[in-house]
Design a protein around this ligand. Structure first.
Ligand code: AMP
Length: 190
């Protein structure tokens, strides 16, 4: 299996680049943000609980997130060639849980791609997305919290994989195609 983590701040282009990767490498796309928004849209009690975190820009608790993700990994066909993890792990505890989960399945993370985008550009992209996304978290106050949460809780995840020689920092500024080209060069070299 080829397992790739797409990491980067909110607005760094994880979702866009993950979709291109899925099309090119035929990997299964697991976007935890999408999974959570789907649960919220059902109006379930779990969805309401999730929304109390996501609407403020905070992460949902690790245990809950890991159990939701594990259920989805378990439901994938056994011949799945690999995973694109988009928005997970976002804490070191999630990274540890992920590696345990993958080890139990006889596999591991091959690469974490960290998309590097300037702070002002991130805010501009997210505000712009907010005009059409309908996402309750694409507003300036929540964006600020999400960027802070990213620095405090998610940046250490990139370091976790860097220490293991499995992280690559990619310049996430420029055209979607140029960024995708940089990513493919790293994946093809694996
Ligand atoms: P995203 O679409 O990836 O920006 O995620 C939207 C929101 O969902 C985040 O701001 C968090 O509130 C929540 N979320 C997504 N992924 C995770 C995760 N791995 N751990 C905890 N919360 C998450």
């Amino acid at each position: 299996m080829l397992n790739i983590i797409m990491c980067g701040a909110p607005g760094s282009g994880k979702g866009t680049q993950s979709q291109l990767m899925v099309n090119k490498y035929r990997l299964a796309h697991l976007s935890t943000g999408d999974l959570l928004r789907h649960e919220v849209a059902t109006g379930s009690e779990l969805g309401r609980m999730i929304e109390s975190y996501t609407s403020k820009g905070n992460l949902i608790p690790d245990e809950l997130m890991v159990s939701i993700l594990a259920k989805h990994i378990d439901s994938l066909p056994s011949d799945t060639p690999g995973l694109i993890l988009d928005g997970f792990p976002r804490t070191v505890a999630q990274a540890e849980a992920l590696e345990q989960m993958l080890t139990q399945r006889g596999t591991q993370t091959d690469l974490l791609i960290d998309l590097d985008v300037a702070h002002d550009e991130l805010i501009g992209r997210l505000l712009n997305r907010g005009k059409t996304s309908g996402r309750s978290d694409d507003n300036i106050d929540t964006i600020r919290t999400r960027l802070q949460v990213y620095e405090q809780q998610t940046r250490p995840v990139s370091d976790f994989y860097k220490k293991r020689g499995k992280q690559v920092l990619i310049n996430g500024m420029g055209s979607v195609d140029d960024i995708f080209g940089r990513i493919c060069a790293c994946v093809d070299a694996l």
